[in-house]
Design a protein around this ligand. Structure first.
Ligand SMILES: Cc1cc2nc3c(=O)[nH]c(=O)nc-3n(C[C@H](O)[C@H](O)[C@H](O)COP(=O)(O)OP(=O)(O)OC[C@H]3O[C@@H](n4cnc5c(N)ncnc54)[C@H](O)[C@@H]3O)c2cc1C
Length: 437
């Protein structure tokens, strides 16, 4: 027998940071539905044998004063402010991040190629054509602003590993604050070892003193007036009747939906999308990240928080270590590492583990495979949304169709974007405010 639908003013889908932030800002009148067994989404932490591994690196970079106030309010005294130690491993040496202003230490021929390429891009004859027009894609943007040397030695190989497509297929809107554009003086000084590394979007970050990034999620969730309902997902959403059917069998009548679940999936859940919208949703692509949580003996290697790996001979694009920033996330005498690799599909576990250990060995973060206590392979489907030529129009078409049906989207997967934890918190708050108005 069918029961009458229950009522919820706003149905919030997904209890990652965006969904939790939306619920917090709504302050009541919502149901927060989460498919996983606990909230947090990408900000969950796996605790095992005294190691706390996040879903790769999760460092909190803040620029918004209200978010900073929220962060301190929910976890007072619970944060460490960490000065970034990030590097690039290339030609057998570490150079500091950002690559473009710290090339000293690389083989002289590489440094020369980088500096001369930069000069050419900004002043030379070869760079003129690109200087006189707007770049059409990320490859042109890099050649225009950083030059052919930095493009060839770092920007192209690193980004192509991460995004899984050639740099010429990527557009330029996504990069915003993520790609520093230095001056010639900074590049030259960096080539001579005179430039500090305080550049880039992430010179300092916050990280919980204990327990990994999920400590933050738990503190936020504790403030919610109504707890997330975990292990539940929507089976379908009828945008005409405004009724969602949940996997528990319950029917929920709503006024609006806030969705932080992957955008293409949301379109399929909402009934009645026309072929043009379904086609647009089908054009939205993302790279899957396979990552390996490694627990290893501390061999006294440099305590980098993360290391970019542009060279194609190593499968991963980055390795990092939370315990290098906050030793409490690994037992004494040990270090925790994450090793990330991108692809269209998850990398098979045995291959991922082998590639991870090979990379840690190559950069000297472990001394031998015997230093490894465990290596656990995990994956993140749809980790990096691919900002290709189809992306902008396809995403707009999908979002507009959903908005007309009172489905508002927020967050990294929800809004199908390249964005940070802070962005997810801001987006959740913003849609809640919109609904309250
Ligand atoms: C590899 C990687 C590294 C990152 N590193 C950093 C970093 O160092 N610093 C930083 O600021 N940001 C980082 N980010 C970004 C950050 O993780 C995200 O921006 C943020 O956590 C996104 O939160 P969200 O709520 O939008 O999405 P999510 O965390 O993905 O939450 C979505 C939630 O929806 C749930 N869900 C999915 N489908 C359904 C369904 N059908 N029904 C119900 N629930 C569903 C999921 O289980 C999940 O809990 C990183 C991201 C990745 C992928």
């Amino acid at each position: 027998m069918n029961q009458a639908p229950t009522n919820s003013d706003v149905l919030v889908l997904g209890a990652g940071l965006a969904g939790v932030s939306a619920a917090l800002a709504l302050g009541g009148g919502y149901r927060l539905i989460e498919r996983a067994s606990r909230p947090g989404g990408l900000c969950r932490t796996e605790v095992r044998d005294g190691f706390a591994h996040d879903i790769t690196g999760h460092w909190l970079h803040l620029r918004d004063p209200d978010v900073r106030a929220l962060v301190n309010d929910v976890l007072p005294g619970g944060w460490l402010t960490v000065q970034r130690r990030a590097s690039i491993w290339s030609h057998g040496v570490f150079t500091r991040y950002p690559y473009q202003v710290n090339t000293q230490g690389l083989p002289p021929a590489v440094v020369a190629e980088n500096v001369l390429g930069f000069i050419d891009a900004h002043l030379g004859e070869k760079g003129r054509e690109l200087r006189e027009r707007v770049p059409h894609n990320f490859a042109e943007f890099v050649l225009r602003h950083l030059g052919a040397g930095i493009a060839r030695n770092f920007m192209f190989p690193y980004n192509e590993k991460l995004w899984t497509v050639p740099a010429s297929e990527l557009t330029i809107e996504w990069m915003g604050r993520f790609v520093p554009r230095p001056t010639l003086e900074q590049v030259v000084r960096g080539a001579l070892g005179l430039e500090g590394d305080a550049e880039g979007y992430s010179a300092t970050f916050l990280y919980p003193r204990e327990g990994g990034i999920e400590t933050f999620v738990r503190a936020l969730v504790a403030r919610l007036p109504r707890a997330p309902e975990c292990g539940v997902r929507p089976l379908s959403i009828d945008p005409i009747r405004k009724v969602a059917i949940l996997s528990t069998g319950e029917e929920v009548r709503y006024r609006a939906v806030v969705s932080s679940i992957p955008l293409p999936e949301m379109v399929r859940l909402v009934g009645g999308a026309p072929p043009s919208v379904l086609e647009a949703a089908g054009l939205l692509r993302a790279a899957t990240v396979t990552y390996v949580n490694v627990a290893a003996r501390d061999v006294g290697a440099p305590p980098w928080h993360w290391v970019y790996l542009p060279e194609t001979k190593l499968r991963p694009y980055r390795v990092g270590s939370a315990s290098a920033a906050v030793p409490s996330v690994a037992p004494p005498g040990f270090r925790s590492f994450y090793v990330e690799m991108s692809g269209r599909e998850p990398v098979p576990p045995a291959e991922a583990e082998r590639a991870a250990i090979e990379a840690l060995l190559a950069v000297g973060l472990i001394g031998s495979p015997a230093d490894v206590r465990f290596a656990h392979v995990r994956s993140i489907p749809q980790a990096y949304v691919i900002h290709d030529r189809a992306y902008g129009a396809a995403r707009s078409a999908v979002r507009a169709w959903l908005a007309e049906r009172d489905v508002l989207v927020a967050g990294r997967s929800g809004n199908w974007e390249y964005s940070s934890m802070e962005d997810a918190l801001l987006a959740g708050r913003q849609v809640a405010r919109q609904l309250k108005r």
